[in-house]
Design a protein around this ligand. Structure first.
Ligand code: AHR
Length: 626
C-alpha cells in the first residue's frame, strides 16, 4: 500500500539536481564525442603515452619514396612538435601514408560530406600535388579523391571536402604526395560535416544528442581521475612536452593545432580537441550548468602523491582564477577577451567549480583545497567551491574528509561510490540522517556494478532516497557516461557506442526517467508490502567482481559459505579496473544456486532472498608484492 501525505510538504527539488559527468575514459572524447575521424592526426603519439605508441601509430606508409616523422625546429609550433616528412621520388604511385581511424576504421555514409584539412609546407618550386582518398580496408573507393597542391615552404592550412559514394565502417584515409622535393605535413584531419549543431570540428551527433536527451541539470567535466593524476608541472625542457600531465585547462583552448596532446590517465593519448571552450559551449547547448573540476596538486585515484611546491600551487590557483575570468569575465578582461575571440562574448555563467577528485591523502589535499578556496572566494564570492570526501562511501578517509569539510563550513562535498545493487537497495536511507547544518552533498559519481536491469532498478530505488533528501543532496550524476565497446577501461557505463552506433544501457533509461521528470517538490509518502519470492529461477546469470590489478594479482570468488566459484588471474601491473567474471547457467533450487553448466560444478548457498545471488559473494584478492 502506498500512502501519500499531501498535507505536508517535503523538500524542493532543484532543476539542476540530476546531471551528467563527462570524462575522457573508454575513449569518450577522442574516438567518441569529439567527432575527429583521424587518429593521431598530429603525429604526437609517443611511447611515453603508451608502450605500444609511436609517431606513426594508426598510420601506414605507401609508395616508394621516403616517409619519416621528424621533431626538429621545422615543426608547426612548439606544442605540436612532431610532423610528417615525405620525400616523393617522382614515381606515379607517389609517397604517402594511410590512416586507419579509431578501432575498426573510419565510418562513412553514402551521400554524406566529410571535411578534410591538413597543414603543409613544401620546398618543391612548383608545389607538391597531394591526393586525398577515402577507401575501405579492402581497397574499395568510398569517395571521389580530392586533389590539393601545397605551395611554399611556410606552414599553411589546406582544406577540401570529400563526399562519400558508398557506406562503410572500415574506411581508410590515404594521403599521397606526388612530384619530388620535401613536403612536410601535420594535423591531418577529417570531420563529418554532420556534427552536433553543425559545428565544424564539433561533436559526434548521436552521442551529443543522447546526452542532451537526458536534459541534464549540470555537466561535470573533464574528470575524474583524468584531472588530478599525473605531474602538475608544465613544460619539461629535457623531454619536450610533459607527457603525463594533470589536466590543465589552458592546454585545451584556442586553435586545435596549438593545443597540447599528452598521455591520458586511462591509457591513451588525449588531443584536447574537445577542450574547455567546447565543454562550456556544450553545457550551454544542452541547458546544463557547467561544473569544471581542477587539479589540486595531490593525486588521488589510488596514487596518493603530494606535490609540495608553493610556487606551483600559486600558479594553479592563478590558473583557476583565470578560468573563472574566462567563463564569466567581461570582454575587457584578459581571459574574457579570449572567450570573446573564440566566439562567445557572452559569459558562460559559471557558478560552481570543484577542486580535486578522490584524494586519499586527505589532510594534504584539504590544505591545498583551502588555499584554492580562500583565493577564489576572496575574488569571486559568488562561486561555490566544491570539495570531496575521497574515493569511497565510508571508512576512515571518508570520515576524516567529512570532519574537515564540516569544520571548514564547505558548501558542497562530492561523494563517489560504485557498489553492488544490493548495497544501493540497502542504502536508500543513507542521506536521511545527514547533518542538515553541515555541507550539502554533490553525488558526483555512482553506479551499481553492472548494466543489467537489476542495476537500473537498484539505482532508481536509490534515487528515490536522493530525491527524498533533496534538501541536502543537491546534485547527482551517474558515472561513467560513455564507453566505446572496443576500448573499455571501466564498466558499467551509461551510454555505449561503436564507430557508427550508440545505445543507452538500462541505467541510461533509469536516469532519463528521473532527469526528464524531475518534480518540483517531494511529497512525503510511505509504502508497505510483503516481498514475494517466486522460483525456481533458471537462466544465464553472471557472477562478477571488480579489482584493479595494479594492486591485485589473483582474484578468487567464493560463495558465502566459502565454496570456490571462480578465479581470475589478473595480469599484474595494469592499473585499470577489471571485472573477473563467470557467466553460466544457474538454477535456484530450494534457496541454493547450482551452476548447471558442464564446465563447472559450483554451488553457492544464499542466505535470505534468493532473487539475486551475487550479494553474497565473497572476494578474496591476493595483493601483489610491493
Ligand atoms: O568514473 C570513473 C572513475 O571513477 C573516475 O575517473 C574516478 O573519479 C572514479 O574513481
Amino acid at each position: 500500500a502506498l500512502t501519500v501525505d499531501t498535507a505536508r510538504q517535503g523538500p524542493k527539488i532543484d532543476d539542476t539536481m540530476y546531471g551528467v559527468f563527462f570524462e575522457d575514459i573508454n575513449r569518450a572524447a577522442d574516438g567518441g564525442l569529439y567527432a575527429e575521424l583521424v587518429q593521431n592526426r598530429s603525429f604526437e603519439y609517443s611511447t611515453a603515452d603508451h608502450a605500444s605508441y609511436h609517431p606513426l601509430t594508426a598510420w601506414t606508409r605507401t609508395g616508394s619514396g621516403e616517409v619519416a616523422t621528424v621533431s626538429d625546429d621545422g615543426r608547426l609550433n612548439e606544442r605540436n612538435r612532431t610532423y610528417l616528412r615525405l620525400r616523393p621520388d617522382g614515381t606515379e604511385a607517389g609517397t604517402g601514408v594511410v590512416n586507419s581511424g579509431y578501432t575498426a576504421g573510419i565510418p562513412v555514409t553514402d551521400g554524406r560530406r566529410y571535411d578534410f584539412s591538413v597543414w603543409a609546407r613544401t620546398d618543391a618550386a612548383d608545389g607538391t600535388p597531394l591526393t586525398v582518398a577515402l577507401r575501405a580496408a579492402d581497397g574499395t573507393p568510398l569517395a571521389e579523391p580530392l586533389r590539393i597542391t601545397a605551395r611554399g615552404d611556410r606552414w599553411a592550412q589546406y582544406t577540401g571536402t570529400l563526399t562519400a559514394r558508398a557506406t562503410g565502417t572500415t574506411g581508410r584515409l590515404a594521403l599521397t604526395a606526388g612530384g619530388t622535393g620535401t613536403v612536410r605535413l601535420d594535423m591531418v584531419s577529417l570531420f563529418p560535416r554532420d556534427t552536433y549543431k553543425g559545428r565544424p570540428g564539433g561533436l559526434r551527433k548521436d552521442l551529443a544528442e543522447k546526452i542532451a536527451a537526458l536534459r541534464p541539470g549540470f555537466l561535470r567535466f573533464p574528470g575524474g581521475c583524468l584531472v588530478n593524476t599525473g605531474s602538475h608541472e608544465g613544460y619539461d625542457e629535457a623531454s619536450g612536452w610533459q607527457r603525463k600531465r594533470s589536466y590543465q585547462w589552458k592546454d585545451t583552448i584556442g586553435p586545435v593545432e596549438e593545443r597540447a596532446t599528452n598521455a591520458n590517465f586511462w591509457g591513451y593519448n588525449q588531443s584536447y580537441g574537445l577542450g574547455y571552450y567546447e565543454y562550456f559551449q556544450y553545457a550551454e547547448d544542452i541547458g546544463a550548468m557547467p561544473l569544471p573540476v581542477v587539479p589540486a596538486l595531490v593525486t588521488g585515484c589510488g596514487q596518493n602523491r603530494v606535490t609540495d611546491d608553493p610556487a606551483l600551487l600559486r600558479r594553479h590557483i592563478q590558473d583557476t582564477l583565470d578560468l573563472i575570468e574566462f567563463a564569466n569575465g567581461p570582454t575587457t578582461s584578459v581571459w574574457g577577451k579570449k572567450r570573446a575571440e573564440l566566439g562567445h562574448p557572452k559569459p558562460f555563467g559559471l557558478t560552481h567549480l570543484a577542486v580535486g577528485n578522490e584524494e586519499n591523502v586527505f589532510d594534504a589535499f584539504f590544505e591545498r583545497f583551502t588555499a584554492f578556496r580562500t583565493a577564489i572566494e576572496a575574488r569571486y564570492p559568488d562561486i561555490t567551491v566544491v570539495s570531496n570526501s575521497g574515493p569511497d562511501a565510508g571508512g576512515p578517509t571518508f570520515d576524516r574528509a567529512w570532519q574537515l569539510n564540516r569544520d571548514a563550513k564547505v558548501a558542497l562535498v562530492d561523494e563517489h561510490y560504485y557498489r553492488s545493487p544490493q548495497w544501493f537497495l540497502e542504502n536508500n536511507e543513507r542521506y536521511d540522517s545527514y547533518d542538515r547544518s553541515g555541507p550539502q552533498v554533490f553525488l558526483g559519481e555512482y553506479a551499481s556494478q553492472d548494466n543489467r536491469f537489476r542495476n537500473a532498478l537498484s539505482e532508481a530505488a536509490f534515487m528515490t532516497g536522493l530525491e527524498r533528501n533533496a534538501d541536502i543532496v543537491k546534485l547527482a550524476s551517474y558515472a561513467p557516461l560513455l564507453a566505446d565497446t572496443a576500448s573499455t577501461q571501466w564498466r558499467p557505463d551509461m551510454i555505449w557506442f561503436d564507430s557508427t552506433r550508440s545505445w543507452g544501457s538500462t541505467s541510461y533509461e533509469a536516469q532519463k526517467l528521473f532527469m526528464t521528470n524531475t518534480g518540483d517538490r517531494v511529497v512525503p509518502s510511505t509504502a508497505t508490502a510483503t516481498p514475494a519470492v517466486t522460483g525456481p529461477i533458471t537462466g544465464a546469470i553472471g557472477l562478477s567482481t571488480w579489482a584493479t590489478s595494479a594492486a591485485y594479482d589473483d582474484v578468487t570468488v567464493t560463495g558465502a559459505d566459502g565454496t570456490p566459484l571462480f578465479a581470475d588471474d589478473f595480469s599484474a601491473g595494469d592499473s585499470r579496473w577489471t571485472r573477473a567474471e563467470n557467466r553460466g547457467n544457474w538454477t535456484v533450487q530450494g534457496g541454493r544456486y547450482v551452476q548447471s553448466d558442464a564446465t563447472a560444478e559450483n554451488t553457492l548457498v544464499t542466505a535470505g532472498d534468493p532473487a539475486w545471488h551475487d550479494y553474497d559473494l565473497r572476494t578474496k584478492a591476493t595483493k601483489l608484492s610491493g
